[in-house]
Write a protein that binds this ligand. Structure first.
Ligand SMILES: O=C(O)CCC(=O)C(=O)O
Ligand SMILES: [Fe+2]
Length: 291
């Protein structure tokens, strides 16, 4: 271990020996970036194993447990586009009208201590720089949404997060507590594009097809970078006898100062803040996907 790696505050959480985020000019840094780029190029998903070391995982899980009482759980069935109501323009068996259980919940952004381990990782400039390099984006900023920027996805025993597309182009996740059984991340890579909803393929998967579905074997401490806007994905049901599954979710945007929509924020967190109402008035959509 070099003294440079161990003395950086991020080293309290992230394995800077394996992944020297503090030394972006190093060979190991670029090796990690190139591996992630390759994986993202193959199917829109990169996994960086043991990114957070075991002590860091313990610190993250302690913070999640301390805030778990603030989780907003959902008990509403939803379609893959986060809609909850029947749409008469589509047939009853269409994906738009296929509503599946989502029982998981999110710990919101305003639950975290500004200086706690969750925020420390999220707000580290080294993280944004590293992720931007992996994603080949010129710069990234912390998602400014005060609730959705920094969250933890909680699946208690028996719960699942059903098939869906993300609103964001990509998501950054660290598995913090793994379920003993179930709670697996599954995805159908690039099943839709900005110009094609791929409803036929989406429908097959909602009806139980495993064709083209991949399952990740994530372990606590693994970092996942995932392009979820075009890849249908879910977290499968956590077995009733299992421990809960906890994941830290870090959201970044290409432009600074982005805040989420009122409707989605209410669905996910059960409330909005004044920032959401303000942003709603100024929002400009970047594509025409149904959501
Ligand atoms: O918990 C995870 O691994 C990802 C959950 C997810 O897909 C989401 O929050 O949109
Ligand atoms: Fe997602």
């Amino acid at each position: 271990m070099t003294s440079t790696a161990s003395s950086h505050p991020l080293g309290e959480l992230i394995d800077l020996v394996k992944y020297p985020l503090d030394r972006p000019e190093s060979r190991d840094y670029w090796a990690s970036v190139m591996t992630a780029r390759n994986q993202l190029g193959v199917d829109g998903c990169a996994v960086i194993n043991d990114f957070v070391h075991p002590r860091g995982v313990t610190a993250l899980n302690q913070e999640i447990l301390s805030q778990k009482h603030t989780t907003h759980f959902s008990d509403q069935a939803m379609n893959p586009y986060f809609h909850f109501e029947h749409n008469p323009h589509f047939s009853d068996d269409h994906p738009m009208n296929t509503f599946l259980e989502r029982s998981s919940g999110f710990i919101p952004g305003d639950s975290w201590d500004r200086y706690g381990p969750m925020s420390q990782i999220f707000r580290a400039p080294e993280m944004a720089t590293f992720l931007a390099a992996c994603l080949q984006i010129s710069e990234l900023h912390c998602y400014a949404d005060p609730l959705a920027g920094l969250t933890s996805n909680i699946l208690d025993p028996g719960q699942l997060f059903t098939w869906h597309f993300d609103t964001n182009d990509f998501a950054v996740t660290i598995l913090v507590q793994q379920a003993d059984s179930g709670g697996l991340f599954e995805y159908a890579p690039q099943i839709r594009s900005a110009s094609n909803e791929g409803f036929h393929l989406v429908s097959k998967i909602l009806n139980g097809s495993r064709h083209e579905v991949k399952t990740l074997d994530l372990r606590p401490g693994d970092l996942q970078i995932f392009r979820g806007r075009h890849s249908l994905h879910r977290v499968s049901r956590v077995s009733p006898e299992s421990c809960s599954r906890h994941a830290a979710i870090y959201a970044y945007t290409e432009k600074p100062g982005v805040v989420g929509r009122v409707e989605r924020t209410t669905q996910l967190f059960g409330r909005v803040l004044p920032e959401h109402l303000e942003a709603e008035r100024e929002r400009v959509r970047s594509d025409k996907l149904v959501d």
